[in-house]
Design a binder for this molecule. Structure first.
Ligand code: PHE
Ligand code: ZN
Length: 852
């Protein structure tokens, strides 16, 4: 039963657990509806616990039926509630033994032990282990686990190294102390794609990627990415893998992307399975990044974990930062940076500027699952990037080395993390720490003045107050800048200014001429920059900036200005700018992937945010129309070039998901969109018919859906791929994304009636509703139908899967941007969901915060 009043947990209330856990033995007898878990847990007094050890102990436990319990061999009768049990305990060390029963087959929340297509698997982060057995389920309680499993399956896996493995029985021992959230168990009829890796010290590690029979052909890429990650972490961070075995398992039903359980990573199948025929270039890139991310957690997360869940960014921000470095090294660093900033502005800025704003290290929560956010992950990674920019590359790696040395085996805090930087560099990071404690996107503006040979840049910073941070203080902002002379020569190479005050000036002397300032190069801080450059100055940066990010940014700002002028006064786009973009697209000296990004215009969600920031009310239909007009104008501009560019960048030879080939496909597929818009779908149809890979097939299909007349290709695609779950997710999502705004909700509704729709599968649910939410004009159609449809389905899903339901609620977080009618419609749906009896704690917290 749920509590009437939700409990809020505060960072400031942290106290250590009174006991340490010296060892944990778990025995599982698997059964779909009646799995038995026997636990033997050695408790000892925790010397770090201030005060007398209590004479009763609390263990978390939810949805577990206690069969029997003993302390030191004597039966005990603890008091059990919906949240755990309380039991009298002896003064010194003692052994707790218990047997519980759980029901994995009915576990639709996908938290704890659950079943997916007949296979057993677990998800314990953040607080899922308490659904497996009674335990102090908090990350600062670390222990050595030994696990035995009896079950009718050929493959029985847990963390660490195998002691005994056989059919129907296995024993596992993990020598590395870990918190319960890193526990994992898998049992199923699985096949392994195997390989080995030899570490920097010559140790051989067995690698397995376990998949369902039939998916063997989709493992090779993930395995390659794993080995590349292992090598990279040795070379760049000096981190060696620490077990004889590393297993990855793919599951179809999973709430998130993947999970870093010690030695037994569990992946959403969409985040690991790949083949050229079924996966797009973007899928491959995402899989490579997620494999790296989870692998990198072995050190940043597992060897050093978090003291409490408020410190989540300690492992996530750092690990996202590390995986972004990896992707930059494996592919194109500028392209990765630009893509990350687009994503940051799209998701994190929206969060940080709305009712869900919270600091990178939150100070309170009701449901921790609601804090696996873009702010904790992506802004958390930006904060690490800023730290590196401020202290420099050498000091960064020295400090991180010290972090590994000093805190290996610890459950650490942000204070610990910052201290290694202070100790390495002698810097005082007190002010920098505000990046962890203050919510809100800082606004940074710059004024220029030029006299004789001196340019003065005056910066002003301001973070808007929010409920989470009513009185923001000035931050330390690293501002990377360069100067470009009007003739295109570089007047100053990249230099990092360190801003600490609210208003601060920097002088540059000895200049020959008034230069154009290229400010915030590489997006050196996660802020909204206001820099009133003339269009001519932006054109200069667009053509001559040596910083690829700011080159893109100059184009992006011009594009934004163009679209805003179209929205505000119906102005036509400036042909000179369109032609400048065309020039870049045709510039064969540039990376095709970069060129494809340069042709990309700001989307409606970004424009809606910009208008809202300017105190205007965005009209989603108008934003859609302007987007169409821009695409028409671009198609016209490229009329004489599109076919040639398309042909020149079509890839011949065997498909490779690497940066070079995927960049070409990205560029040629932008051209395909222009061609289809002007001349119909003949070229797209030809590409669809001849495609030997999913990138080509699906981009052709999307043009056919947008510009074609009948559903032949869509049906053919269905017939070809109906047995492939991941491709069918694309089939579902694409129809919604390509729908006309007024048809979006109906299309989604129709798809929920399709026999292959299954709302219990998070991937399929997200395929339809993620696409609907992502289709700005459809989601915000004035009828309000999409709001209602989403609310209906959130109400349906909440009792089954609160976590996925709550995450989807963030679709409503931008409600304040829109007109009174849309606001009222959204709020009515929010209230309707909130009025649902027994609504989960997850969804209740999200919607209550969104209402503000
Ligand atoms: N810790 C996982 C990651 O970032 C994410 C995750 C959180 C997965 C909670 C499942 C549940 O890699
Ligand atoms: Zn992570």
């Amino acid at each position: 039963m749920r509590d009437a009043a939700p409990k809020t947990i505060f960072l400031s209330d942290y106290t250590p657990y009174p006991w340490t856990v010296e060892s944990v033995n778990l025995h599982f007898s698997l059964d779909p509806h009646a799995t038995r878990v026997r636990s033997v847990i050695r408790f000892a007094r925790n010397p770090a616990y201030a005060g007398d050890t209590p004479d009763t102990m609390f263990l978390h436990g939810e949805q577990v039926k206690l069969i029997s319990a003993q302390i030191d061999g004597t039966a005990v009768d603890p008091e059990v509630t919906g949240e755990g049990l309380t039991c009298a305990v002896p003064a010194g060390s003692f052994t707790w033994e218990a047997e519980v029963e759980i029901d994995p087959a009915n576990n639709t929340a996908l938290e704890g032990l659950y079943m997916s297509n007949g296979m057993y698997c677990t998800q314990c982060e953040a607080e899922g282990f308490r659904k497996i057995t009674f335990y102090p389920d908090r990350p600062d309680v670390m222990s050595v686990f030994t696990v035995t499993i009896d079950g009718p399956h050929p493959v029985l896996l847990s963390n660490g190294n195998p002691v005994k493995t056989g059919e129907h029985h296995a024993e596992w021992h993990d020598p590395w102390p870990k918190p319960a959230y890193l526990f994992a168990l898998v049992a199923g009829d699985l096949v392994a794609h195997s390989d080995t890796f030899t570490t920097m010290n010559g140790r051989q590690v067995d690698l397995n990627l376990y998949v369902r029979p039939g998916d063997e052909g989709k493992c090779a890429f993930g395995m390659g990415a794993l080995k590349a990650s292992m090598t990279w972490d040795e070379q760049v961070y000096g981190r060696e893998y620490d077990l004889d075995l590393f297993n990855i398992v793919a599951v179809d039903d999973f709430n998130m992307g993947a999970m870093e359980n010690k030695g037994l990573n569990i992946f959403n199948s969409s985040a690991v399975l790949a083949s050229p025929e079924t996966s797009t270039d973007m899928n491959f890139e995402r899989i490579e990044a997620i494999i790296a991310h989870e692998y990198f957690h072995n050190w940043t997360g597992n060897r050093i974990t978090c003291r409490d869940w408020f410190q989540l960014c300690l492992k996530e921000g750092l690990t996202v930062y590390r995986d972004s470095q990896f992707t930059s090294d494996m592919r194109s660093a500028p392209v990765k940076r630009i893509s990350d900033v687009i994503d940051l502005r799209g998701r994190q800025f929206a969060e940080d500027q709305g009712p869900l704003a919270h600091p990178v290290r939150p100070e309170s929560f009701q449901e921790i699952n609601n804090f696996y956010t873009a702010t904790v992950y992506e802004k958390g990674a930006e904060v690490i990037g800023m730290l590196k920019t401020l202290v420099g590359e050498d000091a960064y790696y020295k400090a991180v080395e010290l972090y590994f040395d000093r805190h290996d085996g610890d459950a650490a805090t942000i204070e610990d993390w910052l201290k290694v930087f202070e100790d390495t560099t002698g810097r005082d990071l007190t002010q920098f720490k505000r990046w962890y404690s203050q919510a809100g996107t800082p606004r940074l503006s710059v004024e220029e003045s030029f006299e004789l040979d001196t340019l003065t840049l005056t910066f002003t910073q301001h973070t808007p107050p929010s409920a989470a941070t009513p009185e923001p203080q000035p931050l330390v902002i690293p501002i990377a800048i360069g100067l470009i002379y009007p003739d295109g020569r570089e007047a100053l190479e990249t230099k990092v200014l360190e801003m600490t005050k609210e208003v601060q000036s920097f002088r540059f002397t000895g200049l020959e001429d008034r230069p154009v300032a290229s400010v915030l190069r590489g997006f050196s801080a996660p802020v909204v920059l206001t820099h009133d450059l003339s269009d001519a100055d932006r054109m200069l940066l667009l053509s001559a900036d040596t910083d690829p990010f700011n080159r893109w940014e100059a184009g992006n700002m011009l594009a934004r200005t163009t679209m805003l002028a179209m929205i505000r006064d119906g102005a036509a786009p400036d042909p000179a700018f369109l032609n400048a973009i065309k020039g870049i697209a045709l510039d064969e000296s540039l990376d095709p992937a970069f060129r494809a990004l340069m042709i990309n215009w700001p989307g409606p969600a970004e424009l809606a945010n910009v208008l809202h920031e300017a105190g205007e009310v965005p009209d989603p239909e108008q934003l859609f129309t302007v987007g169409e007009q821009i695409r028409d104008a671009m198609a016209e501009t490229f009329a004489d070039a599109a076919s040639d560019l398309y042909a020149r960048h079509s890839v011949s030879g065997a498909y490779q998901p690497d940066a070079a080939q995927s960049g070409k496909r990205a560029l040629s597929n932008v051209m395909l969109a222009f061609i289809s818009r002007r001349s119909g779908t003949e070229t797209a149809q030809a590409q669809f018919d001849s495609a030997d890979n999913m990138t080509q097939q699906i981009s052709a299909l999307s043009q056919i859906l947008r510009h074609g007349e009948d559903s032949t290709a869509l049906d053919a695609f269905y017939q070809q791929w109906k047995d492939d779950r991941l491709v069918m997710d694309k089939w579902f999502g694409l129809q919604v994304s390509c729908a006309k705004p007024e048809d979006g909700a109906d299309t989604a509704r129709r798809l929920t009636d399709h026999p292959d729709f299954n709302h219990k599968n998070p991937n399929r649910f997200r395929a339809v509703f993620g696409a609907l939410i992502g289709h700005h004009a459809a989601f915000h159609h004035k009828s309000g139908d999409a709001y209602t449809l989403l609310a209906d389905w959130l109400i349906t899903l909440d009792p089954l899967n609160p976590q996925t339901t709550a995450r989807m609620c963030s679709a409503f977080q931008t409600w304040k941007r829109y007109d009174a009618d849309r606001q009222a419609r959204i709020l009515a749906e929010v209230e309707r969901i909130l009025a649902t009896p027994d609504l989960s704690r997850d969804t209740t917290e999200m919607l209550t915060r969104i209402k503000g």
